[in-house]
Design a protein around this ligand. Structure first.
Ligand code: ATP
Ligand code: MG
Length: 395
């Protein structure tokens, strides 16, 4: 039996060199260790372009599922580590072929240690010859059913017949911090995932309007933050009490401009929270055209309220694409739970689809919103959420 005892992790062709490369690898290594922290007995090793995890009797399925969630990994394989000895390598290749039920194969060798006396192609041919002589398998270099990969190093060689595609992107947290506006909907958790994939550490802010929004709605947002936090290990969540501002907006601005004003106020608060917490940008789950507040006119009018950069990872995504991603990352089921967030409760009948900055400012001039923003800032409750492995299956 071939014993796949070492996970070989590839992080693709990095364009970065020197310190950036070291930072990338160190961060990736830390993130991988964090993702697997509850699995005992794993041994980690990193080289210039690979990370290796030595396993003993840990569950490979669990390791595989977890590694698929680590950004910065381009692919990984469960390999067998053997001595760098051509006879041993040939024998292991043959064993892999014999254990498979495939009809065609190809050998792909990569020589990290150029002092090994055989070139990659010679190793390919030696191993292929061994399989051709002893099995009914045929070579197919274009579309093989079985691809055996061999990585030859000075003292050890890794052999594998699988290659699992990783999550790609950059190691979470390597590119700085961003503050995401997190509602209880489908879109913003997906936006969190996309931001993390670009190596950003995401903090979240949620605007709650108790008693108009329930404790369940707040809990739902916390669950979403917890679920998506797994991709970056943990997440800080700031919850702001938005009730007074919201009531005031409805009193002063009335129906058509209420949503516009509400969102301008949310952006202002998000900008302040971002500045206080070292986040260089704010982010939302907005997508062009999805609802009244997401027309280009509306986005322009809302964006006018802040100076900080606003990132909208989903701006050109279709709703179906977003739902597909939400399902993949495991947030969809929670997102569709029927607890109201503040926007749906105060849903105006005729929201303006083409608001202007001038009119928004005119409505805002009717009340002293700055002092209300100050007061809202005093209500912030912050906590750090993290997916506990016992809860993993229940969420
Ligand atoms: P989502 O599915 O993310 O709720 P949506 O399609 O419901 O989005 P809107 O309600 O217009 O769209 O919200 C657009 C974006 O504004 C959200 O993606 C989120 O980033 C932010 N947002 C909306 N409501 C809140 C809230 N109560 N707290 C924090 N952010 C919010
Ligand atoms: Mg929403």
């Amino acid at each position: 039996m071939v014993k796949y005892d070492t996970v070989l992790i590839r992080f693709g062709e990095l364009s970065t060199k020197g310190k950036n490369r070291r930072d990338f690898i160190n961060r990736l290594m830390a993130n991988i260790k964090d993702m697997l922290s509850d699995i005992e007995g794993l041994e980690y090793r990193k080289t210039y372009d690979r990370i290796y995890i030595k396993m003993t009797d840990q569950d490979p399925q669990c390791v595989k599922q977890r590694l698929c969630k680590v950004f910065g990994i381009s692919s990984f394989s469960f390999t067998e580590k053997v001595d760098t000895d051509i006879e041993v390598i040939k024998a292991r290749c043959l064993e892999i072929a014999q254990e498979s039920d495939k009809q065609t194969f190809k050998i792909m060798t990569r020589r990290h240690d150029k002092s090994f006396p055989m070139k990659s192609d010679e190793i390919n041919r030696a191993c292929a010859g061994e399989i051709l002589r002893n099995t009914a398998l045929k070579v197919d270099v274009h579309d093989p059913q079985l691809a055996i990969r061999i990585e030859v190093h000075a003292n050890e060689t890794y052999i594998t017949s699988d290659k699992i595609i990783g999550a790609g992107g950059y190691p979470a947290g390597i590119n700085g911090k961003v503050l995401l506006m997190l509602s209880g909907g489908i879109d913003s958790p997906v936006a969190a995932y996309e931001l993390m994939k670009r190596g950003l550490k995401v903090e979240a802010v949620h605007f709650a309007s108790p008693p108009y929004t329930s404790e369940n709605a707040r809990k739902k947002v916390e669950d979403l933050a917890t679920l998506v936090s797994e991709y970056q290990s943990d997440m800080r969540l700031h919850v702001v009490n938005f009730t007074n501002l919201q009531l005031k907006i409805y009193e002063k601005a009335g129906d058509p401009y209420a949503i516009t004003l509400m969102r301008r106020m949310m952006f202002r608060l998000a900008e302040r929270i971002a500045n206080e917490n070292g986040c260089l940008a704010i982010a939302t789950g907005e997508s062009i055209g999805q609802v009244a507040s997401q027309t280009l006119e509306s986005i322009a009018c809302i964006n006018d309220a802040v100076r900080i950069p606003v990132i909208r990872p989903l701006v050109c995504f279709d709703k179906l694409e977003i739902i597909g991603l939400a399902t993949k990352i495991g947030t969809y089921e929670t997102s569709i739970l029927p607890f109201e967030d503040c926007c749906t409760i105060f849903d105006p009948k005729n929201p303006v689809t083409k608001p202007t900055i001038k009119k928004a400012q005119m409505h805002e001039a009717k009340f002293d919103y700055e002092s209300m923003l100050d007061k809202a800032m005093e209500t912030i409750q912050t906590k750090t959420v993290r997916l506990s492995r016992e809860r993993e299956d229940f969420l």
